[in-house]
Design a protein around this ligand. Structure first.
Ligand code: GLC
Ligand code: CA
Length: 549
């Protein structure tokens, strides 16, 4: 077997910015590039190496920028291309690289390619998109449903044909069977790489191989070939980080994507641990309580499957998901302890950690009572659709509170001034009312805050290769409240123990481990530097102990 090849992004930590909600520099209520630039010193202090920047391209903002009308211009509300270039440069001066969000499964309906395509069946851009004749009854060609509700087909009066949109009707799907689409996208990617970015986060990349007439959307037959070709034509020779968003990935798929020999991607985001909190039948709008045993089994499966080949991404939250501490921790009495536990778990597993903006201060979900306070197209569409189908307001709101995407999109809480210091104007979405106690200024001032806990973990990954390359072995697999594991690397052993509950627990330690002692690298209660016959664990206690030969 070939030796495991080391990459710079193995020890890197990524921080995700959702620009609309990060920092508003000009008071129009919408976060912007100048706002991000103003916070680069903060991010440098946190120690992160890359920023995954959710889309800032020109867009009518039907899906907050995931509907792009020009891949090589910046939305006016976010700034200018000159500011984008300044962001890349100023970040680089702080050893931070920018990952651009590559949204190429679809464009906006205002993209010039689509405007051309609408001009008629003979237009050279017609085949950039996916058109089908109506069914015999005049309805959509088949019953494929959009992920945002309703039919996945929209009718074009002028030509009498339907176009495919897996997301909103304003996000027509690109036709990846057309070589010209491939060439245009590759050329665009190369121009971004030439601007000096660190790589790409690839939006719903598992959908581009779609076999439309068979209604196979994820994992179509050409998917891996298309990604391999993209690698060869663009980033492959440039040593970049690429991460694909793949809701459909099994561990076997993740190996196909991330085995370096196959020349596809650095890693993928898989969502199996996230889906453990969704109802099996009704999906995300009916949430299922977090159950540690299921969660552990999923993490264990992925850590084991990608042990020697491929690479994992590690994340608890992003702009499409609820806040980590609200979902997996305890946002009440144990908010601080549980947020630190989640941070320790994230950084001590094997893979590249991703921190979502605000997670580093333990921001929580928002809970508004009327649908008018929500902004997300997904929540709004589903609310409308399901209320019409007879589901009650309360039931829908329960679903939105638990898993709606706006939980993660309320503005970052910088300080305790009005609107949390996010804007001097009126924010596009209200700030979480808890900003007076949960904010960055306060976290910076408190030496034992969640923020400094994150900062310490990011630094530890640079100091101790066992955190990056150590192999992984689960401990206490059957324990219903304890999530623990070992990492081993060249004579170093890292032991990580987490009490994922609000209970005081007595944990019996197996005989061979009882005498272990070493250096406590991180903890959220008093540091522990040795084991014993048993440990009395505090609620949400978490620590990592380094034992050196
Ligand atoms: C991805 C994005 C999400 C977006 C969707 C369509 O899932 O993360 O925010 O709505 O793709 O582009
Ligand atoms: Ca602004």
């Amino acid at each position: 077997m070939k030796a495991f090849e080391r990459k710079w992004w193995h020890s890197a930590v990524v921080y995700q910015i959702y620009p609309r909600s990060f920092m508003d520099a000009n008071g129009d209520g919408i976060g912007d590039l100048a706002g991000i630039i103003s916070k680069l010193d903060y991010l440098r202090q946190l120690g992160i190496n890359l920023i995954w920047l959710s889309p800032v391209y020109r867009s009518p903002m039907d899906d907050n920028g995931y509907d792009i009308s020009d891949y090589e211009d910046i939305a006016a509300e976010f700034g200018t291309m000159a500011e984008m270039e300044q962001l890349i440069e100023e970040a680089k001066a702080r050893d931070i690289h920018i990952l651009m969000d590559l949204v190429v499964n679809h464009t906006s309906d205002e993209h010039p390619w689509f405007l051309e395509a609408l001009k008629g069946k003979d237009n050279p851009y017609r085949d950039f998109y996916i058109w089908r004749k109506p069914a015999p009854d005049g309805g959509p060609p088949n019953d494929f449903r959009s992920y945002f509700g309703g039919s996945g087909w929209a009718f074009d009066e002028a030509s009498g044909e339907y176009y495919l949109h897996q997301f909103s009707v304003r996000q027509p799907d690109l036709n990846w069977e057309n070589p010209r689409v491939q060439e245009e996208v590759h050329a665009m990617m190369n121009r971004w790489l030439d601007r000096g970015i660190g790589g790409f986060r690839m939006d719903v990349i598992d959908l581009i191989g779609k076999e439309v007439d068979k209604q196979i959307m994820a994992k179509g037959k050409n998917l891996h070939l298309l990604i391999h070709q993209m690698n060869r034509a663009t980033y492959g020779a440039r040593d970049k980080l690429t991460v694909g968003e793949t809701w459909s990935a099994t561990p076997e798929d993740a190996l196909l994507y991330s085995d370096p020999e196959r020349q596809e991607l650095s890693m993928v985001f898989q969502f199996e641990h996230i889906k453990q909190t969704w109802d099996e039948k009704h999906g995300k709008w009916r949430s299922r309580p977090f159950e540690l045993s299921r969660f552990k089994a999923v993490i264990d499966k992925w850590q084991t499957a990608l042990a020697d080949r491929g690479w994992n991404s590690l994340f608890w939250s992003n702009h499409d998901l609820p806040r980590a501490v609200s979902k997996f921790g305890d946002e009440g009495e144990y908010r601080e302890a549980s947020a630190k536990l989640l941070a320790t778990a994230l950084h001590c597993l094997k893979g590249t950690p991703y921190i979502y903006q605000g997670e580093e201060i333990g921001m929580t979900n928002v809970r508004w009572s009327t649908i008018e306070e929500y902004r997300d197209i997904e929540s709004l569409n589903f609310y409308r659709e399901r209320i019409a189908a007879g589901i009650t307001h309360d039931e829908m709101m329960t679903g939105i509170h638990a898993n709606g995407r706006d939980n993660a999109r309320s503005p970052v809480q910088w300080d305790d001034s009005p609107h949390a210091g996010f804007t001097t104007g009126t924010p596009w979405m209200a700030v979480n009312p808890n900003y007076r106690s949960i904010n960055v200024a306060r976290a910076l001032a408190e030496p034992d805050s969640i923020l400094w806990h994150y900062q310490k973990l990011v630094a530890l990954r640079k100091l101790y290769p066992v955190l990056v390359y150590g192999d992984y072995q689960m401990l206490f697999a059957e324990h219903p409240q304890v999530f623990a594991w070992l990492r081993r690397y060249e004579g170093d052993t890292l032991l990580v123990i987490n009490n994922v509950s609000r209970e005081h627990l007595t944990l019996d330690i197996p005989e061979p481990l009882q005498a272990w002692h070493g250096e406590c690298l991180i903890s959220n209660y008093a540091p522990r530097d040795q084991l014993a016959v048993s440990l009395e664990l505090q609620p949400w206690e978490s620590f990592a102990l380094l034992i050196r030969e």
